[in-house]
Design a binder for this molecule. Structure first.
Ligand code: ZN
Length: 221
């Protein structure tokens, strides 16, 4: 092993860190790299790197190193499918999942969990088609606290159902990310929650970010 001086108080830039992560990963042909593996060969302190990028996996992602051993829950995998589907305005392909501009989880993670991409999609669709089970007692407590029957948050199932109903198009101007990739869709309350509107499918709509902005100016929601 080569001995190198590593000053204590040296504050590396993000690009220096990324460069060193890549160097160590490439040199050792690591397909992914644990903190312990990096610590053995790397120049910088692993906790500094994690802190800088939020998590170790974020640092690996920034360096384009596969985070293969990362454990994703089914909910996280499904949440990410919804994000990509909404950004694309159509059913995502396996290759879409490897496009870092659209997807934060690579197709490999889906294949490890579901075997095939088509199975992941099938499971996702059957998940969103399940009805939410409402707990009557929690609704009563919620009503006492907020005066609402529903929570403000729009969960994955409901959001996806609204997007499907609206054909992944803005309900106001018809813009669609499938035709124009710069279009960003949001699911939003028609009667604002702050004005007594409930989080139900009839009170939700798909809007593009432009129309959504225009709407907030009017309703101050
Ligand atoms: Zn619009």
């Amino acid at each position: 092993m080569k001995f190198e001086y590593k000053p204590y108080n040296y504050r590396p830039s993000n690009s220096e860190i990324i460069e060193d992560l890549q160097k160590v990963a490439n040199k050792n042909s690591f397909s992914t790299m644990s903190m312990r593996q990096y610590a053995e060969f790397g120049r910088f302190d692993t906790s500094t790197i994690s802190r800088r990028f939020g998590t170790w996996n974020n640092a690996l992602q920034a360096a384009n190193i596969e985070t293969a051993q990362q454990f994703w829950t089914v909910e996280q995998l499904f949440e990410n499918i919804e994000v990509v589907w909404r950004k694309k305005g159509r059913q995502p392909t396996r290759r879409d999942m490897d496009d870092k501009d659209f997807s934060s989880i690579s197709s490999g993670a889906y294949l490890r969990k579901f075997g095939r991409w088509s199975v992941a999609l099938e499971q996702f669709v059957s998940y969103v088609n399940q009805d939410d089970t409402f707990d009557e007692s929690s609704i009563e407590t919620l009503a006492e606290v907020t005066g609402h029957k529903t929570k403000r948050d729009i969960n994955l199932r409901l959001r996806f159902k609204v997007l499907m109903r609206d054909n992944f198009r803005c309900s106001s101007c018809g813009a669609s990310p499938a035709k124009d990739p710069s279009v960003e869709l949001h699911v939003d309350h028609i009667v604002p929650w702050s004005r007594g509107g409930e989080t139900t499918i009839d009170n939700l709509q798909t809007l593009c970010s432009k129309c959504n902005l225009g709407k907030s100016d009017l309703t101050l929601d």
